[in-house]
Design a binder for this molecule. Structure first.
Ligand code: CMC
Length: 392
């Protein structure tokens, strides 16, 4: 009809009021609780940022110690939960393994079911922050057929995760401080991004008063898709594909512009940013440093930079305001840290976890919250009479 009757993709629909994250997509601004992402990336830590997102303020020293201590006490999984990991095929994608395991937390912690019981919401919050890294490390270990490691609670959150992922039971594991710092930074940059697809999913599921574990498991599934968190793996597949075909960046960009089916410049474009994604800017600036420290450079980084340069000077991308997003350079860093491509989106999930929790808590406490229940424009038959099967 030419009339706008609904809003596909919610391009122009506000679904919540929120005090957590501010984005100005035209100016390329991102702030958590008012703090610019650039300052948090430079000066803060992921555990501090998690506290900030969930409780609204940066912690004092005493609050940070208490928070860290609580998380450290909850990193172990119930022994029976481990059996869960044996049930999946070894080559399973780790995202559905992770979402299933998070969903299963409701069965182990049945005290979590009442979303208005503040003490239990607090306990579920700590359990998630503590146990999801353990679950993520187990998903990795299963995929490579290695024994699972218990958490070492003398370590910080990121260090513990690295040890459980890359360590072996009988061997001491030295956490490389450069690796831990790089991962901590990437987690900070992924920690929240207001009403994105997975966070909106967490809020929508939570609006039915489903508990934190159920809502966050749904968010992990939303993140799995290649247009959302799955883009970080897709970028690396794309770069490797270009490399395998001789590094012809111009040819690839032409295929994107021709809108060949299934060919998009992955890691480019964003619903909100019509300018350089501030997270991508930080990551690009640190990618060189991290990659040369860890790997002595990476040819794929050169292809990525050439791709960016070609796209940013091309009318197709200029007219559509398509810039690199957070996923464009992250995969290269994850690869240098030793993670397989299939696992990258799990790292995004670990980073986004405090944001999802903060939004769920904000949603459940907001007196304006109602169950999410969109309407539709019905386009089917008006009405018709049932015909018996012999007459169809
Ligand atoms: N490559 C080529 N063309 C693109 C791209 C791209 N990456 N992104 C958008 N376009 C084109 C699109 O074809 C459309 O052109 P036209 O007007 O001629 O039809 C125009 O730009 C507008 O795109 P859209 O698909 O309507 O924009 P959207 O806001 O619905 O989608 C997006 C946003 C992020 C899904 C999209 O840009 C995309 O698919 N990017 C690649 C996947 C990606 O990197 N996702 C990660 C997003 S950031 C982190 C996260 O959320 O996880």
């Amino acid at each position: 009809t030419g009339y706008i009757t609904h809003d596909p993709g919610f391009v122009n629909t506000g679904a919540a009021s929120s005090a957590i994250t501010y984005i100005d997509g035209d100016a390329g601004i991102l702030r958590y609780r008012g703090y610019p992402i650039e300052q948090l990336a430079e000066k803060s830590t992921f555990i501090e940022v998690s506290y900030l997102l969930i409780y609204g303020e940066l912690p004092t020293q005493a609050q940070l110690e208490e928070f860290t201590g609580k998380i450290q006490r909850h990193t172990l999984l119930h022994e029976d939960l481990k059996a869960f990991f044996s049930g999946f095929p070894r080559d399973a994608h780790p995202m559905p393994v992770l979402s299933s395991a998070v969903s299963a937390l409701s069965t182990f912690y049945q005290d979590s079911l009442n979303p208005f019981d503040e003490a239990n919401v607090e306990l579920s919050t700590i359990r998630l922050l503590a146990k999801v890294p353990t679950l993520a490390a187990y998903a990795y270990k299963k995929s490579v057929g290695q024994p699972l490691l218990y958490p070492d609670n003398s370590l910080g959150l990121v260090e513990n995760f690295l040890r459980m992922t890359f360590g072996f039971p009988a061997e001491p594991y030295e956490v490389d401080p450069d690796v831990a710092k790089a991962l901590d930074l990437l987690f900070i940059l992924h920690a929240d991004h207001e009403q994105n697809c997975s966070t909106s999913t967490v809020r929508l599921v939570g609006s039915s008063e489903a508990n934190l574990f159920a809502s966050i498991s749904a968010g992990i599934n939303a993140l799995f898709g290649p247009l959302h968190g799955g883009a970080n793996s897709a970028v690396l597949d794309m770069l490797e594909g270009i490399q395998a075909e001789g590094g012809d960046v111009a040819n690839f960009v032409q295929r994107v512009k021709n809108k060949e089916k299934g060919v998009r410049l992955m890691g480019f474009g964003h619903r909100v940013y019509k300018n350089y994604d501030p997270r991508a800017k930080i990551i690009k600036n640190t990618a060189d440093e991290i990659l040369s420290k860890l790997k002595g450079g990476d040819q794929l980084l050169d292809i990525a930079k050439k791709l960016e340069e070609t796209a940013l000077s091309d009318d197709y991308f200029i007219e559509r305001k398509l810039y690199p997003n957070v996923d464009f350079y992250t995969g290269l860093i994850y690869r240098a840290l030793g993670f397989p491509t299939k696992y990258f989106t799990v790292l995004f999930a670990l980073g986004r976890l405090p944001g999802w929790i903060a939004h769920w808590r904000e949603m459940i406490q907001d007196p304006a919250t109602k169950i999410g229940r969109p309407r539709q424009i019905y386009t089917g038959y008006a009405s018709r009479d049932y015909a018996p099967i012999s007459e169809r």
